[in-house]
Write a protein that binds this ligand. Structure first.
Ligand code: PLP
Length: 396
């Protein structure tokens, strides 16, 4: 009998990603999916060819590149970040294979088995997965309408002495919340007071449909170390796998070495494509088109929700991002409903999955994506989901 190989202790903490499983099920023919966060093809900018991008003999297509990223892209990232309100030098930027890699690098940088780490409750599932793989004890801070409560944050820092905090302040995944300007300032003050490192993750930043404050909290910090994560997956093309980070000088050299150890560098043609897009005249038009396309989809989803879930749930209209966050009036655990929904050709994400394991999930929440389904499917899928919820009301 072949014995099973001995694996590292951390493999026992490697949870399967519910998102990946649901996404696989959501690919089935005829399935109406509200599950993933897939950008819509109609919203993506055109891939405009440039002479450079067709020069197959160029070293960019043939040779290894620098771990930091292509110099031209790093320079344009610094300009892009300046437009977002962050003054960083190109030398503080590191090109990543998607911002997911930045979460992995941050986990390797901060987490030992048992390390307390703060995050929002609910938060991005694959970040929980990455932090918990290295043994993080993820402690969730409840989201308020404003963001997170700065007094509670200070108390939790005093009590648990966490090593870092992971936040998605702009069009949060899964809740769609956007922190207020005042809350951002208050959080920065608390983090500075305790010199607590911030990992700020902003893949949805450009998907803004109503005007709201998006000042990066990292830009407000005076003392606390910081890592700012950005991505072109939701703005351009997720398949190119180009994201980036910027970090304070005390963290940057470690992150660069971790990147080197992980994959040497990000794919070079993808970096050049993104660098070209950042410099092209059409960029602002592309973003306007993206926002307009998603704004219409968001409004169509809100209308369809009002017609189907009006008596069953409460929600806010998200000012940006890709998700509605539903709070059912009957706070039932929505996880068992997923199987029934899939059997009825509708996929959604049960909200309970987005809560860190250390706390109690809040029952009766659902994350619904609005970028994928067309308006006919939206109405049809939501009608089916509402019927399933009605039929599974708890006995009173
Ligand atoms: C909050 C958050 N962070 C990071 C990512 C990963 O994005 P990327 O495609 O840049 O790796 C996602 C993807 O959905 C996300 O929602």
């Amino acid at each position: 009998m072949p014995s099973s190989p001995q694996l590292s202790e951390r493999i026992s903490r490697l949870t399967s990603s519910l998102v990946r499983e649901i996404l696989a099920a959501a690919q089935a023919p005829g399935m109406i999916s509200f599950a993933g966060g897939l950008p819509s093809a109609e919203a993506m900018p055109l891939l405009r060819d440039t002479p450079h991008s067709h020069d197959w003999l160029s070293p960019v297509f043939q040779q290894y590149g620098q771990s930091e990223g292509e110099p031209i892209l790093r320079a344009r990232l610094a300009d892009w970040l300046a437009e977002c309100g962050m003054q960083v030098s190109p030398h503080q930027t590191l090109v990543l294979s998607g911002s997911q890699q930045g979460i992995d690098l941050a986990a390797k940088l901060f987490v030992d088995p048992g390390t307390p780490l703060l995050c929002e409750a609910p938060t991005y599932l694959a970040a929980l997965q990455a932090f918990q793989l290295f043994g993080a004890n993820c402690l969730g801070l409840p989201l308020t309408n404003d963001g997170i409560d700065p007094e509670l944050l200070a108390q939790i820092i005093e009590t648990y002495q966490p090593r870092a905090i992971y936040l998605i302040p702009t069009f949060q995944n899964p809740s769609g919340h956007c922190y207020s300007a005042e809350n951002r300032r208050a959080i920065a003050e608390v983090l500075d007071h305790y010199a607590l490192p911030l990992i700020e993750d902003e893949p949805y930043r450009e998907l803004m449909y109503d005007n709201v404050d998006r000042t990066p909290i990292c830009s407000l910090l005076k003392r606390a170390p910081w890592i700012y994560l950005g991505s072109f997956s939701k703005t351009l093309w997720p398949g190119w796998r180009v994201g980036f980070l910027a970090a304070s000088d005390d963290l940057f050299p470690h992150l660069l070495r971790l990147k080197q150890a992980g994959d040497l560098h990000t794919n070079r043609p993808g970096q050049i494509r993104v660098a070209n897009w950042l410099a092209c005249d059409e960029r602002h038009k592309d973003l306007a088109h993206l926002r307009e396309t998603y704004r219409k989809k968001r409004d169509a989803m809100n209308d369809a929700l009002t017609n189907t879930f009006g008596d069953l749930a409460d929600w806010e209209i998200p000012a940006g991002g890709l998700f509605f966050w539903l709070k059912l009036r009957n706070a039932i655990d929505t996880r068992p409903l997923l199987k029934i929904a899939l059997e009825n050709n509708v996929a959604f994400m049960p909200g309970e999955a987005f809560y860190p394991a250390s706390g109690q999930p809040v029952f009766g929440t659902m994350r619904l994506n609005f970028s994928h389904a067309n308006s006919t499917d939206m109405r049809k899928g939501l009608t089916t989901l509402a019927r399933i919820i009605e039929n599974n009301k708890p006995d009173v």
